[in-house]
Design a protein around this ligand. Structure first.
Ligand SMILES: Nc1ncnc2c1ncn2[C@@H]1O[C@H](COP(=O)(O)OP(=O)(O)OP(=O)(O)O)[C@@H](O)[C@H]1O
Ligand SMILES: [Mg+2]
Length: 269
């Protein structure tokens, strides 16, 4: 399982040649991608602004009202995914794009109304269309993998009762990796991995003992926190090799497999 981070922007396609190589060796590869940066850009082009919610515990997330979900879906399914599928196809990979809503892949439940801060004002937000992933049904992915295809999965997911919901792409990759019993979960972003000091690329944490996850999650900034929690969940659920690695490298997936980045390891608190 390879998650290509939206923060990589045009460097998201760096992983394509590696995926071609791995698929050529007979590996089953599934790609999940994010696209926060592209969603922000499209929102600006539409003359709208991206807003954020800050929860009482300090966590910041995208305020996904109906207009924001619309922009996010257009960015993911109309821009980021076609670019990835195009680049994979150009590299000779039979890529197939789908979203969490296709074939009952990912069912999500809408987050409850919550008291949060928006633009500095505390309020109860009732129209946020974000959700938590509930059930995952990997049958469609297994069918595609069986046929020799490389699935490229995008948020959003579907709540059968209410419609599309924004879900976090790292969590989506982690849950699919667990459901598929993947050997690897490689999460690529625009940083070398988990940094002790986000301002210092040399402060890379190379090994992250699973028992120390709470300590490291405390160390990480907002968006890295979500990534660590998702990666940790996948590791604890049985994905043997979970790595956060640098997607900007020329050969990012092979580098991660060869030991670059932050790897989860067994270890007590
Ligand atoms: N301790 C840390 N180590 C590394 N990165 C950190 C840390 N704390 C915060 N970050 C931030 O986390 C960011 C990566 O998360 P972000 O969600 O922005 O990217 P992404 O997951 O690749 O994109 P998307 O969510 O669109 O897929 C880095 O660019 C960095 O600024
Ligand atoms: Mg992210």
């Amino acid at each position: 399982m390879v998650k290509v981070g939206g923060a990589l922007d045009e460097e998201m396609t760096r992983a394509c040649a590696d995926i071609r190589q791995l698929a050529g060796q007979g590996c089953s590869v599934v790609v999940v991608h994010g696209g926060g940066a592209e969603a922000d850009r499209l929102t600006g082009e539409l003359g709208r602004t991206t807003r954020y919610l800050t929860a009482s515990d300090g966590r910041r997330s995208r305020y996904t009202d109906a207009a924001a979900l619309d922009a996010l879906t257009m960015a993911m399914l109309g821009r980021v995914k076609p670019a990835l599928v195009g680049a994979l196809s150009a590299a000779g990979v039979p890529a197939v794009g789908l979203s969490g809503a296709d074939g009952g892949l990912v069912t999500a439940r809408r987050n409850r109304p919550a008291r949060v801060r928006v633009d500095g004002r505390e309020q109860v937000v009732r129209d946020d269309l974000s959700g938590r992933i509930g059930a995952v049904d990997p049958r469609l992915l297994l069918t595609l993998l069986d046929g020799g295809f490389v699935p490229v999965v995008s948020p959003p997911a579907l709540d059968p009762a209410t419609g599309l919901l924004n879900v976090d792409a790292d969590r989506l990759a982690a849950r699919l990796a667990v459901a598929l019993e993947a050997d690897w979960l490689i999460i690529l972003s625009n940083v070398p991995g988990l940094l002790r000091d986000p301002g210092d690329p040399a402060s890379l944490v190379t090994e992250l003992p699973a028992g120390q996850l709470p300590y490291y999650t405390g160390l990480a900034g907002g968006r890295m926190k979500v990534k660590l929690r998702s990666a940790g969940e996948a590791y604890l659920a049985g994905v043997a090799r979970v790595v956060l690695a640098d997607g900007r490298l020329p050969s990012p997936v092979l580098a991660a497999r060869a030991g670059a980045g932050t790897a989860f390891v067994k270890g007590a608190p």
